[in-house]
Design a protein around this ligand. Structure first.
Ligand code: NAD
Length: 264
């Protein structure tokens, strides 16, 4: 614990349960002194998010489904009513039809392509439009991406294309919002078993592959992603924007299978 984020107010979007990366980030931000507010997607998740928010003494500012812009407006209005400003926002939102997170990318349908890009990429820009108005003293925006944006990964398919677009949007948003001292960064997290990840084909194989082949010979936790997120939204990272930081046990530097790894 520290006072790294004391006096900072942050909106956390994308908690589904206590395994969510957003929850790891929220806990870390709380431990470093931030005051937090959460959104949830739909009534089923509200039941999970409310008790988690209560654990951190955090606010719940309402339902947000990023495919419905009125709900994005509503939660930012609520944040404004509550705090009259905002220091950071954490975007941990992605979606693709499970049927297309297996097999070949070339078979992606137009409908799922549009939906995946809207939810997993455009939503960060939609949120930036609202957040900018509340960050009159500067601020920090953070999103979550994956190495499948940079390199082909089995089954990741349209999500890889969406994450590549998301990473590009981090750079464009950083340039647009930099003059207002709003920083925009992403964490590229290694694979973690969450609700969203369980939709990806052969996910257990991907976890084991990373365990055997990453420099640290393990996968990462939501606590580790959370600690890096706390740093990125803090003034310690005040000179950084447009950056994609890998929190992946070093997997992204590896060019070949570890010869000592067992066959999977
Ligand atoms: P998760 O299932 O816990 O979180 C995904 C969240 O997205 C959920 O809270 C869900 O409600 C939200 N969401 C989906 N569609 C939405 C919509 N239309 N409107 C609002 N919210 C919506 O899974 P997670 O793994 O913690 O995912 C968080 C982020 O981390 C995602 O962007 C994911 O791509 C990214 N990521 C995950 C991994 C991993 O291995 N788990 C690795 C790298 C990046």
């Amino acid at each position: 614990t520290s006072n790294l984020l004391a006096g900072k107010r942050g909106l956390v979007m994308g908690v589904a349960n206590n395994r969510s990366i957003a929850w790891g980030i929220a806990r870390a931000a709380h431990l470093h002194g931030a005051e937090l507010a959460f959104t949830y997607q739909g009534e089923a998740l509200e039941k999970r998010v409310r008790p988690l928010a209560a654990e951190l003494g955090a606010q719940v500012v309402g339902h947000c489904d990023v495919t419905d812009p009125a709900t994005i407006d509503a939660v930012f209005e609520e944040v404004n009513r509550l705090w009259g400003g905002l220091d950071f926002v954490v975007h941990c939102i992605a979606f693709s039809d499970k049927d297309e997170l297996t097999g070949r990318y070339v078979d992606t349908t137009e409908a799922n392509f549009s939906k995946s890009l809207l939810i997993s990429c455009y939503s960060f820009t939609a949120i930036a439009q609202r957040a900018e108005k509340l960050m009159s003293n500067g601020g920090s925006m953070l999103t979550l991406t994956y190495y499948g944006a940079e390199k082909w990964m089995p089954h990741y398919n349209v999500m890889g294309v969406a994450k590549a677009a998301l990473e590009a949007s981090v750079r464009y948003l950083a340039a647009d919002l930099g003059p207002r001292n709003i920083r925009v960064n992403a964490i590229s997290a290694g694979p973690i078993k969450t609700l969203a990840a369980s939709g990806i084909g052969d996910f257990r194989y991907i976890l084991r592959w990373n365990e055997y082949n990453s420099p640290l010979r393990r996968t990462v936790t939501i606590e580790e992603v959370g600690d890096t997120a706390a740093y990125l939204v803090s003034d310690m990272a005040r000179g950084m924007t447009g950056e994609i930081l890998h929190v992946d046990a070093g997997y992204h530097v590896v060019g070949m299978k570890n010869p000592e790894a067992p066959d999977l």
